[in-house]
Design a protein around this ligand. Structure first.
Ligand code: IMP
Length: 420
């Protein structure tokens, strides 16, 4: 059986911590999309680790970790990440498997990402500049290179042909670059990658399913950044929803059982694009400060705002969420009042659905107000300990979305988790 864990907002919902908490129940954790644009933070034993491409089950010795075919892999970045993770004493070679069909991020993909964002000027997406969009473009354009290609005797030739196209594009954009600065590290990392288990992961995962193993499919980014259903074009370049787990791992839909949807008690977004409940004021600043809302990958300050129920309901519908997990409830402690957006006002009409081309219109959120809660929630370990005002807020959210919230995370550490 396969369960899926994914984000219901614009990413940074705290997926890494939740996967780490759930991992003891699973034999395998498998990433199915995205790449090093993700930054999954895990904290335990007083230390913090940020994973970009490695699945978040890596710190559990029993757990097999698979980078699926739907992921895009930057060898340079992955090498750095593995070397860092190895300092914990975990044997990464033993537990990490990489799909031969995962696409490779080449140094030129990163350069093309930077050049296209620069060309877009004020209309830029606000990409993480990790080469994600150019790599997925090559995948769909049928000109990408895959991890399995590094084992080919003509890999260098394939690389030269692929990068030649990118260089023509970079020249046409008048983008200054020096590829030879990046290539030695790339080829060194490619050799490093060859020392890992590069496998046909779809056969492997399906064999594990047949053996009755428990698999957790780990999503990256969030539903509202999905290439099809997010606020296009301000999205990432992969399917971040449950359906993405099927194509990103090669598993049939009927194997999927639970879908854990993670949402923050408020909202954040990095990069550009619509954000109806954004608070560009003191409240937003307070949320950013208390929630340490700065990107785990790029360090950029995150935009902050109130919980948005129409978009949360949309995400729950698209993913078939069975279990909800609310994170960062502790951050809202100390606010006099807490707001929740129930609907949007568009041209004087109240709407419950996200309109097409939302960025072209002025959307006014319709809010319900709740009395805030006080005290340090991060010290609480049972639901009964939580303040009544918090429970009132959570009961309202559950009633509106119609799915129970099973887990409440009250801090970044593994221990700071309440099972309801
Ligand atoms: P890209 O995926 O780097 O191309 O970035 C596209 C958009 O998705 C930008 O607005 C990024 O800030 C956002 N984004 C990409 N990955 C993440 C993530 O892991 N968390 C939050 N936002 C992300």
């Amino acid at each position: 059986m396969v369960d899926v864990v994914l984000g219901l907002q614009w990413g940074d919902e705290g997926k890494g911590k939740i996967v780490d908490v759930l991992t003891p129940q699973y034999d395998v954790v498998a990433r199915f999309q995205g790449g090093p644009n993700a930054g999954h933070s895990l904290e335990f034993g007083g230390n913090k680790y940020v994973l970009n491409t490695i699945p978040s089950g890596i710190f559990h010795e029993h757990c097999i970790n698979i980078i699926g075919n739907g992921v895009v892999v930057d060898p340079v970045q992955l090498k750095k990440e593995i070397e860092k993770a190895q300092t914990t004493g975990i044997d990464i070679h033993k537990n990490l498997y990489i799909s031969e069909k995962a696409h490779l991020i080449l140094p030129t993909h990163r350069l093309v990402d930077a050049a296209s964002e620069a060309k877009k000027g004020e209309h830029k997406v606000g990409s993480t500049l990790r080469g994600i969009s150019p790599t997925y473009q090559d995948k769909i354009g049928r000109s990408g290179l895959r991890v399995g290609d590094i084992l080919s005797p003509i890999f260098k030739e394939k690389y030269t042909n692929a990068t030649a196209i990118h260089c023509t594009l970079l020249d046409s954009l008048n983008f200054e670059y020096n590829l030879s600065e990046h290539e030695p590290a790339f080829f060194e990392a490619v050799e490093f990658l060859k020392t890992f288990k590069i496998i046909n992961s779809e056969y492997y995962i399906n064999e594990l399913i047949a053996q009755g193993k428990k698999i957790l499919a780990e999503g990256a980014q969030g539903t509202l950044l999905d290439i099809d259903f997010g606020s296009y074009p301000f999205v990432t370049s992969s399917n971040t929803i449950t359906g993405g787990a099927c194509v990103g791992l090669g598993i049939a839909p009927q194997h999927i059982q639970k879908v854990y949807g993670i949402f923050k008690a408020y909202c954040t977004r990095v990069g550009n694009g619509p954000f109806p409940t954004e608070q560009e004021n003191e409240t937003g600043e307070k949320l950013r400060k208390l929630g340490h809302e700065f990107g785990a990958t790029t360090g950029r300050p995150r935009r902050t705002g109130w919980l948005d129920l129409p978009s949360l309901k949309y995400a729950i519908m698209l993913n078939g969420v069975t279990d909800l997990i609310c994170t960062k409830s502790d951050v809202l402690s100390g606010f006099e009042e807490v707001l929740v957006c129930d609907a949007y006002q568009l041209n004087g009409t109240t709407i419950q659905q996200i309109p097409f081309g939302i960025q072209d219109y002025t959307i006014d959120p319709v809010y319900s107000k709740f009395e805030g809660w006080q005290g340090d929630l991060s010290k609480m370990r049972t639901y009964t300990e939580l303040p009544e005002t918090f429970k009132k807020y959570m009961n309202y959210v559950e009633a509106q979305i119609g799915v129970p919230v099973n887990v409440i995370s009250v801090g970044p550490d593994r221990e700071e988790t309440i099972l309801k």
